[in-house]
Design a protein around this ligand. Structure first.
Ligand code: ADP
Ligand code: MG
Length: 489
C-alpha cells in the first residue's frame, strides 16, 4: 500500500507528495533559517500523516501542543514529569499513542536530558512494540549540537547519543526521524548524514549552503538558489520525495502554531494633537485595566523603604481615627474577599472592581486605594499571613524582598516565604497555582522554573521526590512538601 502525503505544490503546478512508507525507511532532514517555514512544514507533514502513522514531536518551544485539540495527540509536559519520562515513553510505544513532548519552560541542559530520556525510552521498547512511528524533532541542533557549548557536557553527550540512535539505529525499531534545523553547520554531522530525504528552505550563510549542496549532491554554485527562496518554499530531494531537486511550496495547515513571526497591523486613526497626552496622562481605562508591571528597581525599593509605615501623610481633612478605621476596614474587606472560594482565580481587574464596590458599601472613608496598591496588598492577603507565629520583622523582610520582584510573582514568593518562616512544607503545585491566580498546575510549575531561572528561588527535591524551595535573598527554606504531581500509573 502506498500512502502519499501531500506537502504542497511544485512550481509546475503538480502536487508535491511524500511517500509515507518510504519516508519511514529513509528519514528526513529539513533546513532553513528562522522564519523560513520549517515548523509550518513539520506541522503540515504531521497533520497530513496523522491518520496513518503514530507520531511523536520533540517540541522545544511548545509550538505543537495545538495538535492535541484536533488530532488527539497527548501532550507530555517534560517539566512536570521529569522522573517518569522513560516509563511514559515506553507506554507511548506499547499503546501506540501519538504525543507532543513539550519541553517549553526547561532550560537548555534539562531540555537535553529530558529529550535523551524520552528518546531512549522510545528506542528501548520491547521488540513486540516496534511499530512504525514518526519522530519529529524541531530545532534539532539543540539536541544534537555540532560543537560543545556552554551546556553541561554530560547532558550534551546523552542527548547527542539519543539523537544518533534515533537517526542511525532507529529504523529497525520502527522509529523514523524527521529533523529540522536552522543551520546545518550547527547540527552534528553524523545525525544529519543519516537522512536520505531533504527539504531545504531559505538559507543565508555560505557555510550552511555549502553543506546543503553537499548533502543534496548539488554544485555549490547551484546552492546559491537557497538564498532566494521565499518563506514556505523548500527544495526537495530524496527517495520518498522525488529523484531530482524541485521546489515545493508547502500548503496550508489546519491547526495554528503558537510561535510565528510578528504581523503588521494597521495603526489606529491618528490622534491629532492629543498623541502626547495619550502617553503622558493617565487614561480612564487605567484604573480598571492591568497596569504595566515593570520590575521594581533598587531605587524603588529604597523609596518604598523610606515610605514604609507609617503611610504617607494623610490628607488633613481625614482625622486619624478615620485613618485607622479605614485601614482596618480595608483589611476586613480583603479578608472577606479571600474567603470567597473563587477569589484566588479571578483576574486582578475584576477583583479590584469588586473591592471598590465593597468599599463603597462599607462606606470606607477617603480616596480608594489605587490598583497597584490593591494588587500589592491583595498579594499579601493571599499569602494568608493569618495567625502563624513568626517574628513580624522577618515578615517585613520578606515583603520587602517581594516588593523588589516583578509584580506577578510576589504572591507566590510570599506564599513560599510564609511556609519557610513557619517551617512548614513547601506549598504544592495546586497551592502555588492558586496564589498565582490560576487553576493550571502546569502554569504554577512554569512560574517556579521562571523564578528559579532568575534566582528568586532555588528548588531541590529530597529522596522521596518532595520539593524544598530556598529563598536565597533571605536565606530561608521550606520543609520538604509533596508537589502533587498527577500520579503516573
Ligand atoms: N507555507 C506556508 N504558508 C503560509 N504561511 C507560512 C508557510 N510557512 C511559514 N508560514 C508562516 O511563516 C511564519 C514563520 O514560519 P515558521 O514555520 O514558524 O518558521 P521557522 O520554524 O522556520 O522559524 C509563521 O507565521 C508561519 O505561519
Ligand atoms: Mg520554528
Amino acid at each position: 500500500m502506498t500512502i502519499s502525503i501531500e506537502l504542497g505544490a511544485k512550481a509546475n503546478g503538480q502536487r508535491g507528495v511524500v511517500d509515507l512508507e518510504e519516508l519511514l525507511a529513509t528519514r528526513l532532514l529539513v533546513q532553513g533559517n528562522s522564519g523560513s517555514g520549517k515548523s509550518h512544514l513539520l506541522r503540515r507533514l504531521l497533520e497530513q500523516s496523522a491518520p496513518w502513522v503514530q507520531q511523536c514531536v520533540i517540541d522545544p518551544e511548545g509550538d505543537f501542543v495545538t495538535l492535541a485539540d484536533q488530532f488527539g495527540h497527548v501532550v507530555v509536559d517534560a517539566a512536570s514529569c521529569e522522573r517518569d519520562l522513560a516509563t511514559i515513553a515506553d507506554r507511548v510505544r506499547r499503546h501506540r499513542v501519538s504525543v507532543v513532548f513539550n519541553l517549553e519552560g526547561l532550560e537548555v541542559d534539562r531540555q537535553m536530558r529530558a529529550a535523551a530520556l524520552f528518546l531512549n525510552g522510545l528506542f528501548e521498547a520491547e521488540r513486540d512494540f516496534w511499530y512504525p512511528m514518526l519522530v519529529v524533532v524541531d530545532e534539532a541542533q539543540l539536541f544534537a549540537p555540532a560543537a560543545a557549548s556552554d551546556a553541561d557536557e554530560e547532558a550534551r553527550r546523552q542527548s547527542l547519543a539519543a539523537m544518533t540512535n534515533l537517526m542511525c539505529r532507529g529504523r529497525k525499531r520502527g522509529l523514523a526521524g524527521v529533523i529540522a534545523t536552522q543551520r546545518l553547520a550547527k547540527l552534528a554531522k553524523n545525525v544529519a548524514a543519516e537522512a536520505s530525504n531533504f527539504l531545504m528552505g531559505r538559507t543565508f550563510l555560505d557555510i550552511d549552503m555549502a553543506r546543503a549542496a553537499d548533502l543534496l549532491g548539488m554544485e555549490r554554485r547551484q546552492a546559491e538558489t537557497f538564498r532566494n527562496l521565499d518563506r514556505g518554499h523548500f527544495v526537495s530531494l530524496g527517495p520518498a520525495i522525488g529523484r531530482k531537486p524541485e521546489t515545493v511550496r508547502i500548503g496550508p495547515v489546519q491547526t495554528e502554531g503558537r510561535g510565528g513571526s510578528p504581523k503588521l497591523t494597521p495603526l489606529p486613526e491618528t490622534h491629532g494633537d492629543d498623541a502626547a497626552g495619550l502617553i503622558f496622562r493617565r487614561g480612564p481605562e487605567e484604573t480598571q485595566a492591568r497596569a504595566p508591571a515593570p520590575a521594581a528597581s533598587v531605587t524603588d525599593v529604597l523609596a518604598q523603604l523610606a515610605q514604609a509605615r507609617p503611610e504617607p501623610a494623610v490628607p488633613a481633612r481625614i482625622d486619624l481615627f478615620a485613618d485607622a478605621d479605614r485601614d482596618a476596614a480595608i483589611a476586613g474587606i480583603m479578608t472577606e474577599m479571600m474567603a470567597e472560594p473563587d477569589a484566588g482565580f479571578q483576574p486582578i481587574s475584576l477583583l479590584y472592581q469588586d473591592f471598590l464596590v465593597r468599599c463603597r458599601i462599607a462606606r470606607v472613608p477617603g480616596e480608594p486605594i489605587d490598583l497597584p496598591r490593591f494588587r500589592k496588598e491583595f498579594a499579601i492577603a493571599k499569602a494568608d499571613l493569618g495567625e502563624v507565629g513568626f517574628a513580624s520583622a522577618d515578615w517585613d523582610q520578606a515583603t520587602l524582598v517581594a516588593a523588589s520582584l516583578p509584580e506577578d510573582v510576589r504572591g507566590v514568593f510570599l506564599l513560599i516565604a510564609k511556609a519557610a518562616l513557619s517551617k512548614a512544607p513547601c506549598p504544592s503545585d495546586g497551592e502555588i497555582a492558586k496564589a498565582y491566580g490560576t487553576r493550571s498546575t502546569g502554569r504554577a510549575r512554569r512560574l517556579l522554573t521562571y523564578m528559579e531561572e532568575r534566582g528568586f528561588i532555588a528548588c531541590a527535591s529530597d529522596l522521596r521526590g518532595n520539593r524544598i524551595v530556598m529563598l536565597p535573598d533571605v536565606g530561608w527554606q521550606t520543609a520538604p512538601g509533596p508537589v502533587d504531581m498527577a500520579p503516573v500509573n
